[in-house]
Ligand binder design. Structure first.
Ligand code: XMP
Length: 333
């Protein structure tokens, strides 16, 4: 499938049967494209790269080399899940790289959001390229490009400005020249999910809410510190657990915690207790260009507030962000 234009006759993939036919077609196409050569894939654990990984495992098994870079900015247990599903359950050829220190050392003291994004994006490519150089016989690079990405790059080529610099694994260094394998590039997100389920990936992974490439790095606001990042990760895990428990996870498109670099005075065990606030953001949107704020039942908010302020070291308040997009973007940075 080398064309970048979705044919008008292409049927929308809405059923397991249509997904099965698509998978069969792509398996044959990938096999014909790569023969017995190795294919490299940056496996973030997001929906798109996970579906590409599962599809390629089906097509070429261990010829696929997955590299999962843990930049230290993943959500709680996320990297562990990638290893569990792909290495342990799907028997993938998976290289796990814990690059936490590399990223956090570079980010120390950097408060500017765009600079943080650039550092994370650049370092991600460097860590991935380091791994790629160590491997032998790799000629192909698989990417989880989907159709909206192609439409977005056409828009940018036409001179429309992006609000934030998103990152992916494009732009590898000159010495690494790979031919691209992009088996889902003509699919829309809902189709990718149907294909993912047909490939046997867990529902929670296929319906995972969007998570930005720079991860918790753009939610630990300002200059990232390890203690505040840790508090953010724990608070975010509580929010996700409670949304799961009360069925909100199915109704809200994206929900997370951000922790700013400010402290307020509180009281704990009869003593002064200075801590950061955890800010809850929960939005619904169709295309992420605009977003509305969800009404969350007070009982749920009270429980989340209680748990975060009692279970997370360093947090002494919980706030709710009521700002639609526009004017606020979904992420704070
Ligand atoms: P904003 O904050 O621009 O976010 O309203 C819109 C959507 O994009 C996600 N986002 C990113 N996704 N890499 C990504 O893959 C990024 O660098 C990035 N920044 C924001 C954000 O989570 C929201 O879903």
């Amino acid at each position: 499938m080398s064309t970048n234009v979705r044919p008008e006759t292409m049927e929308r993939i809405t059923t397991p049967e249509l997904a099965a036919a698509f998978i069969e077609e792509q398996v044959a196409e990938v096999r014909a494209q790569v023969g017995d050569k190795k294919v490299l894939l940056a496996l973030s654990g997001g929906v798109d790269s996970s579906v590409v990984a599962a599809l390629l495992i089906k097509a070429i098994g261990k010829q696929l080399v997955c590299v999962h870079v843990n930049h230290g900015l993943m959500r709680k247990n996320e990297s562990e899940q990638v290893v569990e599903i792909f290495r342990n359950q799907l028997d993938a050829n998976l290289i796990y790289v814990d690059a936490t220190d590399r990223f956090l050392d570079l980010l120390a003291g950097v408060a500017d959001p765009e600079q943080k994004r650039k550092i994370i994006g650049k370092e991600f490519i460097e860590v991935f390229a380091d791994e790629a150089r160590r491997l032998e016989g790799v000629e192909y690079l698989a990417q989880g490009t989907i159709y909206p990405d192609i439409l977005e790059s056409i828009k940018q080529a036409e001179g429309k400005k992006a609000v934030k610099s998103h990152h992916n694994v494009g732009g590898l260094p000159e010495d690494l020249k790979f031919e691209l394998v992009e088996p889902i590039k003509l699919l829309f997100k809902d189709e990718v999910r149907v294909v993912g389920e047909a490939l046997g990936l867990p529902h929670a992974m296929v319906y995972r809410q969007p998570f930005p490439g720079p991860g918790l790095g753009v939610r630990c606001l300002g200059a990232i510190t390890r203690d505040r990042l840790h508090a953010l990760r724990e608070a975010d895990a509580i929010l996700r657990e409670e949304f799961d428990n009360c069925g909100l996870a199915e109704k809200v498109w994206q929900y997370f915690v951000a922790v700013p670099d400010i402290k307020s005075v509180g009281v704990r065990d009869d003593s002064r207790y200075e801590g950061w606030p955890a800010i809850i953001r929960a939005v619904n949107t169709k295309d992420a260009m605009t977003a509305t704020v969800e009404e969350i039942p007070y009982a749920v908010l009270h429980k989340i507030t209680y748990r975060i302020t009692h279970e997370v070291e360093g947090i002494n308040r919980v706030l709710m962000d009521l700002t639609p997009k526009p004017i606020g973007t979904i992420e704070w940075e």
